[in-house]
Design a protein around this ligand. Structure first.
Ligand code: ATP
Length: 241
């Protein structure tokens, strides 16, 4: 990878108490790249993402744009332009789409109200559907719309790196494609993406590169187009199609 990746993990370990779940992972995301981490249930994908966001303690090395972060914390990551969309999406159901978005920009105090409105207009340009539903309660949105709102809310903070935990979870195939297409388009907006997915095919179709995580270790890695045609990946993760 480049000398100054947006995010680089080296010899990265994460443990729950005495039980280690991630065993010395190395991965990096370069500027403008969409990188996916695929792998089966329990491989450690969510754990890896949570630790990279500073939500779980880790051991090893984490670098952001050339800066070594000695003790990753959510505050340190947010301050350096990293945003996480967790698997559970965590929207405020009894608040409007607009208010959910405004909360996403809340971290950037100094930007003020006017800038938040401007940013919201940009997010609406990315997700026109959210604009149509802007006064609706989040709890009344469809699954796909809720995922768009969760991503849109993260984008309100103008992150340099967006980390997504299984955005396809619970969505119909057509909606998965729609959501991931938007994720792919973020490339042109100066946002780099780390995409954790169990839906290997959909993830590899949108990503530039991929890592296969198996029982807490990187088993395979490479350009997404190559992984899509890798016999081991086809047999294990892509089924017949
Ligand atoms: P899934 O796609 O099912 O979420 P995953 O690849 O994200 O799987 P993780 O959820 O990161 O995998 O789990 C990795 C390992 O860590 C599993 O063995 C899991 O049982 C264990 N684990 C996860 N959360 C905890 C926890 N809070 N306490 C103890 N062990 C945990």
């Amino acid at each position: 990878g480049a000398a100054r990746p947006v995010l680089a993990l080296e010899d990265f370990h994460v443990a729950y108490g005495a039980v280690e779940a991630v065993h010395g992972v190395a991965l990096h995301i370069d500027e403008g790249e969409i990188v996916t981490v695929i792998g089966p249930n329990g491989a450690g994908k969510t754990t890896l993402l949570a630790a990279a966001m500073g939500l779980l303690p880790s051991r090893g090395r984490l670098r952001l744009g050339g800066e070594v972060i000695a003790r990753p914390s959510v505050e340190a990551m947010v301050a350096r332009g990293v945003a996480l969309v967790p698997e559970r999406r965590e929207l405020f159901g009894e608040m409007s789409v607009e208010d959910n978005l405004l909360l996403g920009g809340f971290y950037r105090w100094r930007t003020g109200r006017r800038d938040q409105r401007a940013r919201m207009a940009e997010v609406f340009a990315i997700f026109p559907r959210l604009q149509e539903r802007r006064t609706q309660w989040a709890s009344t949105l469809s699954g796909g719309e809720r995922q768009m709102l969760a991503i849109g809310r993260a984008l309100m903070a103008r992150p340099r790196l967006l980390m997504l935990d299984e955005p396809s979870l619970g969505l119909a195939p057509l909606i998965v494609r729609e959501v991931l297409q938007v994720v792919g388009a973020l490339r042109t907006q100066g946002v780099s993406v780390l995409l954790v997915e169990q839906n290997a095919r959909a993830a590899l179709q949108v990503a530039d590169r991929g890592y296969v995580l198996e029982t807490g270790r990187v088993a395979l890695q490479g350009p997404a187009a190559e992984l899509l045609h890798d016999r081991r990946i086809i047999d294990t993760y892509l089924g017949l199609g």
